[in-house]
Design a protein around this ligand. Structure first.
Ligand SMILES: Nc1ncnc2c1ncn2[C@@H]1O[C@H](COP(=O)(O)OP(=O)(O)O)[C@@H](O)[C@H]1O
Ligand SMILES: N[C@@H](CCOP(=O)(O)O)C(=O)O
Length: 344
């Protein structure tokens, strides 16, 4: 019997100005307990025995061809000449990452699925090669790279040839369907760097109790931006990536360099109180606060802070209450190692 555990961190993408570029892997782990055991039986069409606990347990499908984790794994297996899971692949999912809140649940599910295929199919892929398959499915690299590689990362996608573009830009539903593509992923789609992070900086996630699908939150963005707004973000992005690694974090520098004009202003229609919260919480109003932004596509608010975590979180929760939005909060830290596969 082959047994292993896959752990994939949650992530917060964008960090203000780094839309589709920056991400932080966070220490909240999607966990898959996997056993390949021929003595088990299953009615699943692809030999999987899937069980699930945690966030999403009421709605997440347990058929391997429908669940995002296992259908990703089946897609990767199929692209590499393997039609189904080895008989019988038992997968128990433990998911503490809230779905549809901007903490990278789908990115983590996709990373877990690719690592699952790599392990059960004995494909021998490096993490970098696994990223190629992940980036065929979730096409903004920020969450995926942070979840796979860990830490505070910046990434970009290579320009693809027309043939590669046609392969990567197929509708997801076609690609992941049982009779979808069997072509291997293009090589080295994504490139990333890891930035320094001062460990005194913690991440406060204030998580509203409603979901915003990333697809909806991308739909409200404009097709084009002004030169002025693009330059605004690029200038801040360049400063932020170094500012959070400094030995003495400078609150005003970090706060200013987390400002954004490319996505947050457009997402206010989906998140009550967003504009007021982003502008109302500053290093001056709240000691210990370094910066504040929308986490990923929202609705979670991410604060970087060095102290007074409870006070900052409770004050934002109170502000959300004025909008009749209930929240929970978590104090998180960068997960520096990213995704891991531990053979037992
Ligand atoms: N652990 C999981 N297992 C199965 N599906 C998942 C899992 N995590 C996320 N998903 C799928 O991804 C969707 C959320 O993705 P998305 O809208 O991108 O939000 P998020 O910001 O959480 O990544 C869920 O509604 C679900 O369909
Ligand atoms: N750059 C993306 C990030 C989406 O992150 P998620 O955690 O909400 O899936 C975006 O801002 O759309």
């Amino acid at each position: 019997m082959d047994k292993f555990i896959i752990r994939v961190p949650a992530s917060s993408a964008n960090i203000g100005p780094g839309f589709d570029v920056l991400g932080i892997g966070l220490d909240l782990f999607l966990t898959l307990e996997v056993a390949v055991d021929s003595s088990l039986s299953t009615t699943d069409s692809a030999n999987c025995l899937l069980s699930y606990e945690g966030d999403g347990s009421e709605n997440v499908p347990l058929e391997s061809g429908k669940n995002l984790i296992t259908k990703t794994a089946l897609f990767v297996l199929r692209c590499n000449g393997v039609a189904e899971f080895p008989k019988v692949t038992q997968v128990h999912v433990i998911n503490p990452i809230p779905l549809g809140r901007g903490l990278g649940s789908s990115g983590a599910a996709v990373v877990a699925g690719v690592l699952l295929a790599n392990a059960v199919g004995k494909l021998g892929f490096s993490k970098q090669r696994c990223l190629d398959y992940c980036l065929m499915i979730e096409r903004h690299p920020d969450n995926i790279t942070a979840a796979m590689m860990g830490g505070f990362v910046g990434s970009y996608l290579r320009e693809l040839t027309p043939r590669e573009t046609a392969l990567v830009h197929q509708p997801l539903s076609d690609m992941l369907a049982p009779h979808g593509t069997t072509d291997k992923a293009p090589l080295n789609i994504g490139t990333h760097v890891k930035y320094n992070w001062n460990p005194a900086i913690k991440c406060i996630a204030i998580i509203p109790q409603f979901e915003v699908a990333t697809s909806d939150s991308r739909r409200v963005l404009p097709a084009e931006y002004s030169k002025q707004d693009v330059i605004f973000n690029l200038q801040r992005l360049a400063v932020l990536t170094t500012a959070v690694g400094a030995a003495q974090p400078d609150p005003q520098l970090i706060y200013n360099s987390m400002q954004d004009k490319l996505h947050q202003p457009y997402r206010k229609s989906l998140i009550p109180g967003l504009t007021e919260i982003l502008s109302g919480f500053t290093p001056q109003t709240h000691e210990g606060l370094l910066g504040i932004c929308l986490s990923g596509a929202g609705p979670t608010i991410l604060c970087l802070a060095t102290e007074n975590f409870d006070q900052i979180a409770e004050a934002i929760i109170e502000r959300f209450k004025q909008e009749k939005v209930e929240c929970v909060w978590k104090l998180l830290q960068p997960a520096q190692n990213g995704a891991t596969v531990e053979h037992l």
